[in-house]
Design a protein around this ligand. Structure first.
Ligand code: 2BA
Length: 147
């Protein structure tokens, strides 16, 4: 049977743990693949969200999808970088959490995603929840709880 402590922990809202929008590296719809590659390289992140100017999420872009988009038959066609838009190569399949979702839901999802995009009550991008933050909270709970 699940203990009260565990239930309380699993039902904690994720809003306490998100990295807020102003701290999230991102690119805009319409940006070139070249710009996205610059952002990815400079920040060191392997994948970042693609937003519009109204802070709606459109997808995720990574160095992997950019490399695939400029891969020719015999060589990587770097000259295509400035012509391709992030919209043409981004991954549109984004798993999204709502700001009032629980830690339990996030825990289930981070098994397959390094980070999750979080939206506010009005559907605008609020930030991300990373696997690192989830694991830190889980570790804290495990070491503090005896049952
Ligand atoms: P990755 O870029 O593949 O990073 C994997 C892990 O490597 C990160 O796990 C973090 O522990 C470490 N790491 C990578 N780049 C770092 C950096 N510049 N500074 C500090 N640590 C760094 P998480 O922190 O769990 O992040 C999971 C994924 O979330 C990252 O995958 C990245 O795609 C995204 N992410 C994290 N923070 C972000 C931010 N501020 N802006 C945009 N995307 C972010």
């Amino acid at each position: 049977m699940i203990s009260t402590k565990k239930r309380t922990f699993l039902e904690t809202p994720i809003s306490d743990f998100i990295i807020p929008v102003e701290k999230v590296a991102h690119v805009l719809v319409g940006n070139s693949a070249e710009h996205a590659l610059l952002v990815l390289t400079k920040t060191g992140y392997s994948q970042v969200p693609v937003l519009d100017t109204n802070f709606h999420i459109h997808g995720l872009v990574s160095s992997k999808v950019i490399t695939e988009a400029i891969l020719g038959l015999e060589r990587i066609e770097y000259e295509k970088l400035s012509q391709i838009k992030v919209d043409d190569c981004m991954d549109r399949n984004v798993t999204i959490l709502k700001i009032d979702d629980t830690f339990q839901k996030a825990l289930d999802l981070v098994i397959n995603h390094a980070f999750l995009c979080v939206v506010d009550y009005d559907g605008t991008f609020a930030g991300i929840l990373t696997r690192r933050v989830i694991l830190k909270q889980l570790k804290k709970y495990i070491y503090q709880t005896s049952d």
